[in-house]
Design a protein around this ligand. Structure first.
Ligand SMILES: NC(=O)C1=CN([C@@H]2O[C@H](COP(=O)(O)OP(=O)(O)OC[C@H]3O[C@@H](n4cnc5c(N)ncnc54)[C@H](OP(=O)(O)O)[C@@H]3O)[C@@H](O)[C@H]2O)[C@H](O)CC1
Ligand SMILES: [K+]
Length: 519
């Protein structure tokens, strides 16, 4: 899915209104309906809703949601915040429609003192007196993509009230106060923002949601399809993509009846050192679960029995050293290589690694210490070239060793793009929305994964997966995208079975399933 800026989304709206055709209030109704469907799926009627509405179309969405929820028998209160003199037409229309729903009280707020009198202000009293009301959820429909400046006065006070309410907060389209375009975001200026537990955004994630500094205000992100006209997209240029099921499914190559292991490549992983054999084991298991036909693992000699026992499906290639790899074997007959997980940064390792990379004519995934060593090589040997068809998988720290420190996540994103273009490599920056930068400047943001994956070993699993995909003949871009997406998906499955804190990298491996899924 192409990622768009707010101007493009407005044009898409207008295109839909003209070409579907659909009236603007009906489009708002559709947006409100999509949110309501989400809410009734996630909350029983034991919950009540307090819907904060601004005077623009985001507020209009809030009014639609309030009316529809009341129709489903939920208790709903609406708060209309008089933050400006103008109201949008669709807001006014929906306020009128709500007048016909007397069971929804509308509280007009013109000054901060009135906030204290709103329903549900005393959470403790509610807990002690179950009859006094249900558990209350706040819907934030104050401002959406139309924010024109940082919030002040009444809006800022209300945001503060919402954030301190102790309630679950669900933001509609955009957490109020957050500029939707990452170019507009500036943490020093935008200080009053709703911190949402969940953001229900329309049609496409907004670009600021994907960067940690700004995206942390969104909480869990849910993208709701409101049926904007698909004919608008082909004519549109965007160098940022959001990687979802629709993007991924067509990339997957089917397996055929007469295929044999020779059709799925022979992967080589060079991983592990004394005390870090786990990295080699995790990468090897993930590689095998991701479809490689054959796997060899190059390890120092002490690791030989460990690997043979822990991963009986793999062949083990002992190196010419006891504790850490020195790359005494060449890249030889292998289809693709994964290198770096747990190899350490010993001088002898560096020497062998440099030789190995220089001789390499195969697609390769470089991770962890492989990246740290590479950062050193790029600095000390200006002529050193990253092998062709490389996929680099740094986390933020590893990336800053390669490309220098960045002041914020957007600046880092520019470094990422630049680095991928300069070195003609695919660079996958790991994070909540991992981002793959391709040498042509396109950036692909991931939609899968969760905080349960923020744990040692998770990256080794990703290395094994992408190595397997390269070995099966996927080009570096597709291998990295498939690896990134299905790694996150496996993490999501693992997190459904256990609390996030209890998920370990081995659980992620158990859930790997690279195939077109029905869900
Ligand atoms: N395709 C879609 O995604 C659809 C989205 N919908 C919803 O529409 C909003 C965008 O609506 P819009 O009316 O453009 O904007 P907002 O509701 O976010 O806010 C506009 C009003 O707020 C005032 N404003 C903006 N910033 C401030 C501020 N810092 N302080 C005070 N007031 C502010 C603004 O006044 P201006 O003078 O600045 O113009 C407006 O009065 C989108 O987010 C979705 O929720 C549609 O419902 C369906 C299609
Ligand atoms: K909002």
């Amino acid at each position: 899915m192409k990622l768009l800026n707010i101007q493009q989304i407005r044009e898409w709206d207008a295109f839909t209104v003209r070409h579907e055709p659909v009236s603007s209030p009906d489009l708002m109704e559709r947006a409100g309906r999509a949110c309501t469907d989400y809410l009734i799926r996630h909350f029983s009627r034991e919950y009540a809703f307090l819907v904060f509405c601004g005077l623009g179309n985001n507020g209009g969405d809030g009014l639609v949601i309030a009316r529809l929820l009341a129709g489903y028998g939920y208790r709903v209160d609406v708060v209309v915040l008089k933050h400006a003199n103008r109201r949008s037409d669709d807001f006014s229309l929906n306020l009128k429609r709500l007048e016909n729903v007397p069971e929804v009280p509308v509280h007009e707020v013109v000054s901060g003192d009135q906030l204290a009198a709103l329903p549900g202000r005393d959470k403790n009293a509610e807990m002690q007196e179950p009859d006094s009301g249900s558990r209350m959820v706040i819907i934030d429909a104050l401002l959406g993509s139309g924010i024109s400046k940082p919030l002040e006065g009444l809006l800022a006070e209300t945001v503060n009230y919402i954030n301190n309410s102790g309630r679950q907060v669900i933001s509609i389209d955009v957490p109020t106060g957050l500029p939707a375009d990452i170019e507009q975001w500036n943490a020093a200026i935008y200080k009053n923002l709703v911190t949402a537990h969940t953001t229900l955004t329309f049609q496409v994630p907004k670009t600021s949601f994907l960067f940690p500094d700004a995206g942390r205000f969104c909480g869990t992100l849910s993208v709701l399809d409101i049926g904007l006209h698909t004919d608008f997209l082909p004519g549109l240029s965007s160098d940022m993509e959001y990687i979802d099921k629709a993007f991924i499914d067509p990339l997957i190559k089917p397996r055929h009846k007469f295929d044999h292991k020779g059709n799925f490549g022979h992967a080589l992983l060079v991983a592990g050192s004394r005390g870090k054999n786990g990295a080699a084991i995790l990468a090897a298991r993930a590689c095998l679960r991701s479809g490689a036909g054959l796997l060899s693992v190059g390890v120092p000699q002490h690791s030989y029995p460990i690997l043979q026992t822990a991963v009986p499906e793999a062949m083990v290639l002992p190196d010419n050293s006891d504790d850490y790899p020195v790359f005494s074997f060449g890249p030889g007959k292998y289809t693709a290589v994964g290198v770096g997980a747990g190899i350490g940064t010993e001088a002898k390792t560096l020497e062998g690694y440099k030789r190995f990379l220089q001789a390499l004519r195969k697609p390769v995934v470089i991770d962890a210490d492989g990246l740290n060593l590479l950062a050193g090589l790029l600095k000390t040997e200006p002529g050193f070239r990253i092998p062709e068809n490389s996929v680099l998988t740094p986390h933020v720290k590893e990336f800053s060793r390669l490309a220098g420190e960045a002041g914020n996540s957007y600046e880092r994103f520019h470094h990422l793009r630049e680095f991928a273009a300069t070195h003609q490599a695919h660079v996958l920056l790991k994070g909540a929305h991992s981002c793959l930068a391709a040498p042509d400047g396109t950036c692909y943001f991931n939609s899968t994964g969760n905080p349960a994956m923020a744990k040692g070993g998770s990256g080794d699993v990703l290395t094994g997966m992408i190595t397997a995909l390269l070995a099966q003949g996927y080009n570096p871009r597709d291998a990295a995208l498939l690896g990134m997406y299905f790694h996150g998906k496996a993490g999501d499955s693992a997190a459904r079975k256990r609390p996030a804190s209890a998920v370990i990298a081995s659980d992620i491996i158990e859930e790997i399933s690279i195939e077109v899924s029905t869900a």
